[in-house]
Design a protein around this ligand. Structure first.
Ligand code: PLP
Length: 407
């Protein structure tokens, strides 16, 4: 009799995006003439930068020629891309990350989901609340939690991100071994200061813990005082893994390319308390279970680091940040308190009512789709997330309608 992994039965069905889709579809059926504007999901809307497209085309042409064709590549990624990443994303910040500490992959979702399998089943895991759900669900699947109770899994430590701490949790009083952090944050849009990250690194060093730092939205940081990488913090290389993606900077959500940095100094411990380099474990996992990102996609990603690529990515992220600042302006004028949208494409609004009630009000009165904060965790109740990923004209029209509906 084939039996299942029972931990999967603990997973709370995520009704968030299907519930949104159902409500939007019902509204559209009842109001066929209404033009609905979606500021809900976190997918980009603009085309790939021309530099990436040029490199992509060229690499496809190489694949059409026997003399230049490439079959399986290195599982960890081609040297040209790993080198460009190490130099441009880390060494330029003074963070000593080497090319062979970079593992190229097909997504930060997969990497943030897969990394936990390197660690013991009985470690204590801390996750933000509200949270990008992948961190939680993959630990549930692995059996690191008990059952869910009122939206929270027993055994997890929830790092509450609320107005009281400006949406950046401090390290907990208790000891945990694995810590998920995401800055700029999804869903809140909050960013962490150098001091705040320093406190986390100090905590991890003291408790022999590991930080999993998700920087998928780093390209939206404009404030020079905000660290871009956890490796800008002294001592982080021993206690932190960083995840990045080409999805939100260069619009690769459908093209798929990301990477994970595992420094050679980063360690975890075996049952005897002996140090084990995580780099070797992740390399083993990656080469066993993954066969590399396609060559044309890696060439397209490499083009992000050319002079034209950098300018085009800047223009793309500026475009969405300009949308975000318009959203901030309107929401501020309406008198709501909010966070995000300055160094992030997300704006997290304190609505003063139930998340779904506010969502429904915006849908019914303004034909605008947002994301109810309660879908991201208990601390998201009473909030909605507005995403800046849409055309400027649509964002302008959406905010005008919201002002009319709520003003
Ligand atoms: N990490 C966070 C915090 C995200 O919000 C997302 C996507 O929305 C991802 C990772 C996924 O990135 P990728 O497209 O590289 O899988």
């Amino acid at each position: 009799m084939i039996r299942i992994n029972e931990h999967y039965l603990k997973l709370q069905a995520s009704y968030l995006f299907s519930d949104i889709a159902r409500r939007v579809a019902a509204f559209q059926t009842e109001n066929p003439d209404k033009n609905i504007i979606k500021l809900g999901i976190g997918d980009v809307t603009r085309a790939l930068p021309p530099a990436c497209i040029g490199a992509f085309h060229k690499a496809v042409d190489e694949m059409a020629d026997d003399s230049q064709f490439r079959g399986y590549g290195p599982e960890q990624g081609y040297g040209f891309l790993r080198q460009a990443i190490a130099e441009n994303d880390f060494q330029s910040l003074g963070a000593e990350i080497a090319a062979d500490e970079v593992f190229v992959s097909d997504g930060a979702k997969c990497d943030t989901g897969n990394i936990q399998e390197l660690f013991a089943g009985d470690i204590r895991v801390a996750v933000p609340d509200p949270v990008y759900p992948v961190y939680v669900d993959t630990n549930v699947m692995a059996g690191r939690t008990g059952a869910a109770n009122k939206g929270r899994y027993q055994g997890l430590v929830y790092l509450e991100s609320t107005e009281a701490n400006n949406y950046v949790p401090a390290p907990p009083a208790e000891a945990v071994e694995l810590i998920y952090l995401c800055f700029p944050n999804n869903p809140t849009g909050a960013t962490a200061s150098r001091d705040q990250l320093q406190a986390w690194v100090a905590y991890a060093r003291e408790h022999k813990a590991l930080i999993l730092f998700d920087a998928a939205y780093v390209a939206f940081i404009r404030d020079d005082t905000i660290p871009q990488s956890i490796y800008e913090i002294e001592g982080a290389k021993e206690v932190a893994i960083e995840f990045r993606s080409f999805s939100k900077n260069a619009g690769f959500t459908g093209t798929r390319c990301a990477y994970t940095v595992v420094p050679k100094d980063c360690i975890a411990y075996d049952a005897n308390g002996s140090k084990q380099p995580i780099h070797a474990l992740w390399n083993r996992r990656h080469t066993t279970k993954f066969n590399g990102v396609s060559y044309p996609v890696q060439r397209a990603a490499e083009a992000v680091y050319t002079k034209e690529g950098q300018a085009q990515v800047r223009e793309l992220t500026d475009y969405y940040l300009n949308n975000a600042s318009l959203i901030r302006e309107y929401i501020g004028r309406l008198g709501y308190s909010f966070v995000g949208g300055e160094n992030s494409p997300y704006i997290w609004i304190k609505t003063g009512e139930d998340s779904w009630d506010f969502f429904d009000r915006l849908l019914n009165k303004a034909s605008v789709v947002t994301t109810p904060g309660s879908g991201f965790g208990a601390c998201g109740q009473g909030y909605v997330r507005i995403s800046a990923f849409n055309s400027h004209a649509n964002v302008e029209e959406a905010m005008r309608r919201i002002e009319m509906a709520l003003g």
